[in-house]
Design a binder for this molecule. Structure first.
Ligand code: NAD
Ligand code: UD1
Length: 336
């Protein structure tokens, strides 16, 4: 079966392409390369020995999508394409709504026209806002505080409406917690443009000497050591969750919404400590003010993923640290 992966040249997309190919799927990628490099896909071809069809196009371009659906018998779509920087979304809300929501509407219209009604969508734990309790279950109240998060929530709602209008649609909304780590080959990983916003690429860039020291945002949260707690999940486990969702397509009457996390929370200091122990690299740090919009604790209840998809994460925090460092040290400047 052909699977169309939008945003497939990006961090999670590349790892998902590998897992799809290893599970016997044929893969087509559409990516405008606004936050990625096509070198990643060359490496996917090399390591898997499989071909990937690549279209350097935008999901907002209907002609480009029409061409793909005309020429390939697409069975399902995994929709990663989108902008994802929270701070940037506050500065450029229209760009985020146009790209993320506009792109999704365009994609679904073309899918509908070609009667392809199987879609897996990249949502985020950000839709839970600040939860009253942890672990977070899928039926918790939703609250968003920035345009990026709002774009994810609006898309979830659009996809719900689509399913109400036409029950032939099979839709999986996957809410990711904090993906880190990298493929164990060291050939693929997160390649942020400019100074990273997220913690793991920041740590690895301190490790390699690009950045001086880690700034830890707050040490007065209600956690064991005062630093923020998150559910870090290895990107390869996350990618496998997408294959599980594709395999489950058509088995449910309703749209499904599933957390993809490990079910364990680690604080920033625990993460730094795990990184130092695993790699032997010291990470100098200082405590600074809390980052606006950050929450104290966030980790997933993962029972629904097990029940509906038969999927659970396997890799440990040490695996994540080892593989993130392996990628960074082998590719000090990312893909380029
Ligand atoms: P990424 O930026 O590495 O990948 C996204 C890809 O989409 C990039 O290759 C980019 O070039 C492409 N793209 C963006 N807009 C496009 C458009 N209009 N048309 C075609 N291609 C376009 O990000 P990622 O970390 O791999 O995230 C993938 C998805 O998962 C995103 O939707 C993101 O919001 C979501 N997500 C990511 C995280 C995370 O921490 N990485 C957490 C929760 C959800
Ligand atoms: C961020 C986004 C969230 C998105 C998620 C995954 C914000 C406010 N939220 O979440 O919408 O879904 O990424 O992409 O940006 N930290 C530091 N120093 C740093 C960087 C981070 O101490 O330089 C801390 C943070 O305070 C947090 C933890 O590390 O406690 C993880 O941060 P980060 O990787 O940015 O992810 P989130 O804040 O969970």
């Amino acid at each position: 079966m052909w699977v169309l992966v939008t945003g497939g040249a990006g961090f999670i997309g590349t790892h998902t392409c590998i897992e799809l190919l290893e599970n016997g799927y044929n893969v087509i990628v559409i990516d405008n390369l606004s936050n990625s490099s096509k070198i990643s896909l060359d490496r996917v071809r090399k390591i898997t020995g499989n071909s990937i069809e690549f279209f350097h196009d935008d999901v907002r371009d209907k002609d480009a999508l029409n061409k793909i659906f005309t020429n390939y018998d697409v069975g399902a779509v995994i929709h990663f394409a989108g902008l994802k920087a929270v701070g940037e979304s506050v500065a450029k809300p229209l760009e985020y709504y146009d790209n993320n929501i506009g792109g999704t509407i365009n994609l679904c219209q073309v899918m509908d026209a070609f009667n392809v009604k199987n879609i897996v969508f990249s949502s985020s734990a950000t839709v839970y806002g600040e939860p009253d309790v942890v672990p977070i279950k899928e039926n918790f109240p939703l609250a968003v505080t920035n345009p990026y998060g709002r774009s994810k929530l609006i898309i979830e709602e659009i996809l719900h409406d689509l399913h109400v209008s036409d029950k032939d649609w099979n839709i999986a909304l996957l809410r990711y917690f904090n993906p880190i780590g990298a493929h164990e080959s060291g050939l693929f990983g997160e390649d942020p443009m400019g100074t990273p916003n997220n913690i793991m690429p920041y740590i690895t860039q301190v490790g390699i000497g690009i950045l001086d020291k880690l700034k830890i945002f707050g040490n007065d949260y209600d956690t064991i050591d005062g630093t923020g707690m998150r559910d870090y999940i290895h990107v390869v486990d996350l990618a496998k969750g997408h294959v599980a969702a594709i395999k489950a397509m058509g088995s449910f009457d309703d749209i499904i919404t599933v957390n993809l996390g490990t079910g364990s929370g680690y604080t920033v200091l625990e993460l730094v400590n795990a990184f130092e122990v695993t790699t032997g690299i010291k990470i100098p740090y200082e405590f600074v003010e809390r980052r606006p919009g950050d929450i104290a604790r966030c980790y997933a209840d993962v029972s629904l993923a097990k029940e509906l998809l038969g999927w659970a994460s396997e890799k440990t925090l040490n695996d994540m640290c080892r593989d993130s460092w392996n990628w960074q040290s082998k590719n000090p400047n990312g893909y380029e």
